[in-house]
Design a protein around this ligand. Structure first.
Ligand SMILES: NC(=O)c1ccc[n+]([C@@H]2O[C@H](COP(=O)([O-])OP(=O)(O)OC[C@H]3O[C@@H](n4cnc5c(N)ncnc54)[C@H](OP(=O)(O)O)[C@@H]3O)[C@@H](O)[C@H]2O)c1
Length: 235
């Protein structure tokens, strides 16, 4: 099985590439190799003719997404749109990584049947990416994860959990919000789960193609300081 991993230098992407290379023919694509919002660049993936494409590429800094909504939608919605089109053309399975931020965080748990109800640009752009995958690519699976930590990625800032551990090891004080709850997800476990899902190549016995991983189905989150106008218009 040939596996193309998009976002291969990131926290989850590099773990998938590391674990996946033990069992599969892995073709990693970093941001330098492929820009998901650029359809010409996406064609580079087609050359390797992967049977499975796993998309971990994302613009996921919540506050930065509020400031740059066009970039957020380009990477998180248009990117999956192009990848879905490629997967459809090649009859590949597209495993798309999404987030619990497609939900508002107002409930303790969310099921896969719950419709997305994002409250910020990041969540809305990821929900749009999910829709593109669902409507364009017949062979798809969507895995929603939450608060990743413990990855081997070369890019990005320290995750929240890694930041706490880092500060604790140095004996430094740490100020954190006590109003938010989440269930951190250990990246090596998610790498294993993602590969398992990719290998199985199908949804659950009920035909469901979306997986809220155990720690991605709830948690409180703060709405942006100034709710985004689009979020206010959502019925
Ligand atoms: N991190 C979390 O706590 C968390 C929580 C819930 C869901 N998720 C979701 O999980 C997935 C993986 O997250 P992660 O923590 O592994 O992210 P990450 O460490 O930031 O990795 C994402 C990778 O995507 C690349 N990338 C960014 N924009 C791109 C573009 N336009 N085209 C191609 N590649 C691009 C980045 O490269 P550069 O850094 O070089 O730009 C980076 O290597 C994402 O879908 C994210 O939405 C993450």
């Amino acid at each position: 099985m040939r596996l193309a991993i998009i976002g291969a230098k990131g926290q989850l992407g590099s773990e998938l590439a590391f674990q996946g290379s033990r069992h599969f023919d892995v073709v990693p694509f970093t941001h330098e190799d492929v820009c998901v919002e650029d359809p010409r660049s996406i064609k580079k993936i087609a050359v390797s003719k992967p049977s499975v494409i796993i998309n971990t590429a994302a613009f996921h800094k919540v506050e930065a997404c509020e400031k740059s909504p066009v970039r957020a939608f380009a990477v998180n919605a248009l990117g999956p749109c192009h990848l879905s089109s490629l997967a459809r053309e090649q009859n590949s399975l597209l495993v798309h990584v999404s987030t619990d931020f497609v939900f508002s965080g107002e409930q303790d748990s969310w099921s896969e049947e719950d419709p997305p109800c994002p409250i910020n640009v990041y969540g809305a752009s990821k929900a749009a990416g999910e829709m593109a995958v669902r409507w364009i690519c017949p062979r798809h699976l969507i895995i929603r994860v939450a608060c990743l930590f413990g990855g081997r990625g070369e890019t990005g800032d320290l995750s929240f959990v890694d930041l706490v551990l880092n500060k604790a090891q140095k004996g430094e004080a740490l100020q954190v919000s006590h109003e938010r709850r989440t269930s951190p997800s250990y990246v090596p476990h998610h790498g294993k789960r993602g590969l398992h899902v990719a290998r199985a190549g199908r949804g659950d016995p009920r035909g469901n193609k979306i997986f809220n991983t155990p720690s991605s189905n709830g948690g409180d989150r703060d709405p942006p300081q100034e709710p985004h106008p689009q979020a206010q218009e959502t019925p």
